[in-house]
Design a protein around this ligand. Structure first.
Ligand SMILES: [Zn+2]
Ligand SMILES: [Zn+2]
Length: 364
């Protein structure tokens, strides 16, 4: 038996209890978890905003050590250190072949269908969020979820690359392909937004304007490399404030990292002619966004989405960790708290009040 944090009903606290892991299939791997970040998307599942029906073990930003491999698994062995990817690409579909493995047909279909079960408690099958379930001492994943990393990288920091860091940095480097000297605005400076800021630093942005409602988060953004900060609560017209910081033009790229339609509109108003809005935050499935339509052709503005930082997971995750080892990517500074699995509900509460960039569950 292992311990895991199970969501039995939407809007209720997770229940940390003993569950049984089923036997691995030939293409599956048992991973002993070392650490898991608590990401906003975990909270979104609990609040019924993402399609992972209970009972489900949450957690999708994990790192650990391979303990057992199924008989068809190649390239992984017990003892390997891995970050877990929440898109398990097949390597064979049109998207994978085209180099867009984060959009893998098989992986997205499996995710949208609700994951198959991996755990069991008193005869009840329990599924794994996004094929990962990192809120458990041990988990069972497809081999394609395992991104092998060097053993000298601390796993309590490596786990962050499994979601928040890849999503934020990748939105800048992969989705926007920002060039040196370009200007950006970042709407929302939580765990992912801070990584958009540091992605912009890595790409050599000349101006990085951080926008949030919480002064503490704006302070973090500064520490991560924002050149300017705007508290949207104290600013009547945020797009206007952004234009005045960019010689009246607006920014080249605005990143929306909250998932609120009205903020996407603000971001659209903040980019220059020919500028792009990159939507990283996930709005509710029933929400729509309103944009000044004429600006799309007449100002050549566009809105693009960024899922998982448009990642090529096996290429990008080890590279991000290499940058961390060279002290060019901040991971330590993202961790506000290290907690035990039993404190996971407290981590949810701290995220809602904006007290933390990331809580990281550390397993013994
Ligand atoms: Zn996440
Ligand atoms: Zn595929």
């Amino acid at each position: 038996m292992i311990r895991g944090a199970v969501l039995y009903n939407f809007f209720e606290p997770l229940k940390v209890e003993s569950v049984r892991l089923r036997d691995p299939r030939p293409d599956e791997v048992v991973v002993k978890m070392a650490a898991s970040g608590v990401c906003h998307s975990d909270l979104s599942v609990q609040q019924a905003k993402l399609p992972f029906p209970p009972p489900v073990i949450l957690g999708h930003e994990g790192a650990g050590v391979v303990e057992e491999v199924g008989k068809e698994v190649v390239g992984l062995k017990p003892g390997d250190h891995v970050v877990l990817a929440w898109v398990q690409s097949c390597g064979r579909c049109a998207y994978c072949i085209d180099g867009e493995e984060h959009l893998c047909d098989a992986a997205i279909k499996a995710m949208m269908a609700g994951e198959e079960t991996a755990f069991e408690k008193d005869g009840t099958a329990i599924s794994r969020m996004a094929g990962v379930a990192s809120f458990a001492e041990r988990t069972l994943v497809r081999a394609s979820a395992c991104i092998k990393i060097p053993e000298d990288i601390p796993l309590d920091r490596a786990c962050l690359v499994g979601c928040g860091v890849m999503t934020g940095v990748g939105a800048v480097t992969n989705t926007a392909k920002l060039r040196p000297g370009q200007t950006v605005a970042v709407f929302g400076c939580g765990g992912v937004g801070l990584n958009v800021v540091q992605g912009a630093v890595l790409c050599g942005a000349s101006r990085i304007i951080a926008v949030d409602l919480v002064d503490k988060k704006l302070q973090w953004a500064r520490e991560f490399g924002a050149t300017d900060i705007i508290n949207a609560k104290q600013t009547t017209d945020v797009p206007d404030a952004i234009r005045s910081l960019t010689e009246g033009r607006g920014v080249d790229y605005a990143f929306e990292v909250i998932g609120m339609p009205e903020v996407i509109t603000q971001a659209f108003l903040s980019v220059r002619r020919g500028g792009k809005v990159v939507v990283v935050g996930v709005p509710g499935f029933d929400q729509t966004v309103s944009l000044p339509a004429s600006a799309i052709p007449l100002e050549e503005k566009s809105v693009v989405g960024s899922l998982y930082g448009s990642a090529h997971m096996r290429r990008d995750m080890p590279k991000l960790l290499e940058l961390y080892m060279q002290k060019r990517l901040k991971l330590d500074e993202l961790i506000s708290r290290r907690i035990s699995l039993d404190q996971v509900n407290e981590a949810f509460a701290a995220m809602e009040t904006g007290e933390v960039a990331r809580s990281v569950i550390v397993y013994s």
